[in-house]
Design a protein around this ligand. Sequence first.
Ligand code: UDX
Ligand code: ADP
Length: 493
Amino acid sequence: MFQVKNICCIGAGYVGGPTCTVIAQMCPDVTVTVVDINEARIQAWNSDKLPIYEPGLQEVVESCRGKNLFFSTNIPEAIRKADIIFISVNTPTKTFGMGKGRAADLKYVEACARQIAEIADGYKIVVEKSTVPVRAAEIIRRIFKTSTKPSLSFQVLSNPEFLAEGTAIENLKNPDRILIGGDDNPGGQEAIATLSAIYEHWVPKSKIITTNTWSSELSKLAANAFLAQRISSINSISALCEITGADVGEVAHAIGTDQRIGRPFLQASIGFGGSCFQKDILNLIYICETLSLHEVAMYWQQVLEINDYQRRRFASRIVSCLFNTVADKKLAVLGFSFKKDTGDTRESSSIYVCKYLMDEGAHLAIYDPKVSREQIIRDLSHPTISGDNPERVSELVSIASEPYEACENTHALLICTEWDLFKDLDYERIYQKMLKPAFIFDGRRVLDGLHKKLLQIGFQVETIGKKVYPNTTVAPVYNPRQQDPTPVKKVRI
Ligand code: UDX
Ligand code: ADP
């Protein structure tokens, strides 16, 4: 079999960086070069302060950087040397033109394909790592076929990445499966075997699934859609729980023990965020619409509708409990990243909850252990969040450097990200410094085990998917449909 000596990864982001770092650690006989057009990003990968926060990443990078792992902006050289080229560039939702707000923008993938076709020579295996619409590999193949270089031969494979942020290193080292799709002909099968051999350095062969290219591309979209659908399903039930007295945690446990349903991804929350779920479902919807599969498109659209509804419902519950107005009231927002153990804020539900509360005139004191002040201000000043009045962010928002500072003189504290440290705060101390009645709105159910204690301290506790009486003076009975704020446009253009 073809012996791989050099791998190049185009795109040093959340997917390309960690994935290739782990490949380098697991395959010491292979040289891995991660390249990017963004110089600052590459500089950061070469420094002590990596451009992304991911538990365990720093250690893995340090164990092989400069040995068989390199970060560079010299894209042509890396392409020339490589036997395998991963394309790990971003595929954002289109913000203009046909498919605006739905289709994936493949301009970065296409630019990579063109650059590879121009520079590469000899035999190359080109691997789609980025999430792409089904049949995207065809675009890459067609671009390569236009090359006039007789010596260039290639195979295009689909090898989607299933890592989740916050657990990326663990997911990469011990994946549930590796999926490789390629052509059903000898050349395609040979390329699949070559890529598979890389993963076989540490992944049992039984976990490596091989399919045709289109199944592999579609499986990635379908996997994300199914995961997001589970969250919307449990979130829809959480709305019922809050009114009926059922507890969504108990319901999730009860249904999750059925092996056919399973336990993971049934944690009710203020809605899913992250760079993938919304983008991939929108992409799936767009593909269905263009293929006239309208009922299928509407089915997946509903997963996004419930996600928006959940964010709006949380914001309107806050307004309703705070005597129907938050105007000029100070509220502490704990957590801004889209989930714990990452500094990534893309599509974070915190952004939307903050937007709805800013629309009501609330003052927000925001704390997150891994998101920078600049990032928070940038996210909240975005036109889809602030409209044409970005100045109001500086009027309404302050950033705290620690959680106790954020909670001072506030009417309520809102938990928007499930950071572990929020479980261990000194709530007695926080209560003393808050205005009374002091409310806690737990959008992540991180304080589930502490309700009794919090009620004893004097807090009024409101949590997703559960009624926490008896201290509540304001009955949390409201009509969410009437009170919900207007939804934000699906895509932050
Ligand atoms: C997701 C997929 O899990 C991963 O396989 C794919 O490669 C990329 O997209 P990621 O977005 O990084 O990964 O994180 P994930 O753990 O899936 O969480 C996504 C969002 O759903 C987060 O906002 C999280 O807080 C939320 N979530 C997750 C819930 O609200 N409830 C749950 O039970 C699980
Ligand atoms: P993901 O979460 O999918 O990894 P990111 O936005 O974190 O997405 O990373 C994608 C990276 O791809 C960015 O650092 C971007 O600069 C890089 N990129 C985009 N287009 C190109 C290109 N043509 N050549 C090299 N790098 C690119």
